[in-house]
Structures are given as structure tokens and as C-alpha cells.
Design a protein around this ligand. Sequence first.
Ligand code: PRP
Length: 217
Amino acid sequence: MNNMLTLALSKGRIFDETMPLLKAAGIEVLEDPEKSRKLILPTNHANVRVVLVRASDVPTYVQYGGADLGVTGLDTLIEHGTDGLYQPLDLQIAKCRMSVAVRSDFDYAAMVKQGARLKVATKYTTIARDFFATKGVHVDLVKLYGSMELAPLTGLADAIVDLVSTGNTLKANHLVEVERIMDISSRLVVNQAALKMKQADIRRIIDAFSAALPAAK
Ligand code: PRP
């Protein structure tokens, strides 16, 4: 097992958008995660395998060596923290942004100007806390695990901090984006000990991914 290279991915957009990068590295995953319930997927290389984990668990798997490397959103990475993780590449996939949104009838600018205390619901408490602290806005954070859009509609919060891609989810719920906090994309993360022990194999993957990125073309 010692020369086995394990890559942690989450199902959906990250998995789908990582496949072309793996292909550029000569690696093909032999099973479709949407059709199989397996959590360990073999590849065309006997010593390379993919493990499927929850998106928010990718940094944990890589940090503690359950996987040698993984692909995770910058949002997830910031919330988890980067201890023990080497981050060699911005893969420029699964792009979106982290934003503040409110009900369209809520005057966010006026509230901020008045120095009002805002109630903010989010899954991304670290990003939200840092953002509002830098702005000098006092906030009470309400931690949620999903469906953030519902919070301003039900009176649970004045604002949300959430990922926005097309903006369709906000629009469908009569919310408007009032601040863009940061651009988000997926990152390659590598276990620091694995990088030393399996340097040649990991370096080959980093180089192939890097050569396949839009900026390199
Ligand atoms: C994200 C986010 C929004 C939605 C935004 O959820 O939380 O709900 O996508 O996308 P849009 O701007 O294109 O409408 P996602 O589907 O990733 O699932 P999650 O709620 O589990 O994060």
C-alpha cells in the first residue's frame, strides 16, 4: 500500500471538472461515481485511486493523510484552515464567488452607514467574521448548514454570506447581492508528509495539472 497514491474528491462539479486534469496526467477513473455506490474508485494506474468524500471533508482527509492529495474549494479550505496542507495550484475550476446578500427591500448600505448591528446567517463563519471585522461592521453570526437563502426571508437574519455562481438562487428567492467578498475556485491540496515520501509521483501530477491549466495553454 505504501506506494499507493490516494486522491480525495467530492462528487459533482469538483469531480467532473477534475477529470480532464487527471486525463492530462494520464490518469483515468474507471468507475462513474453517479452510477456506483463505491467510495474508493480505481484508476487505470494500479497505484492511483480516488476516494469520494464530502466536500467539507476533503481538507481533513488530506491533512491527516487519509488521502495524499485532494481538490477543494477555496471556501472550504479557508473554513477548515491550511495546517499540514501544501497548496501548490489554483486549478481554476468550480469558479464562483463568496458574497453578502440581503432581501431586496433591506437597505444594507444605510444599515452599515448607521453602524447598525447585523444578523448574518452563513455556513462560512470564518470568512464572514473576517470580512465584517475588516469592514468594521458588528455582526451576530448564525451558523447554518444549507439553504441560507431562507434566513432573510423568515426573519432569522438580515443578511447571508453564501456562494453565488449564476445568481439564479438569489433571484428566485428575491435576494440581492450587496458585496462580493472574494472569488472562489478549487485548489489542489497535498499532504506535506506525502509530498516528501512520494515526491516523484506527486510532482508528476502537479506538473501535468499545471500544464493543463488555461494560463499554461
Ligand atoms: C450553492 C450556494 C447557492 C447556489 C448558488 O449551493 O449555496 O445556494 O449554489 O448558485 P447560483 O448562483 O448558480 O444559483 P450548492 O448547489 O453548491 O449546494 P450547497 O447548498 O450544498 O452548497
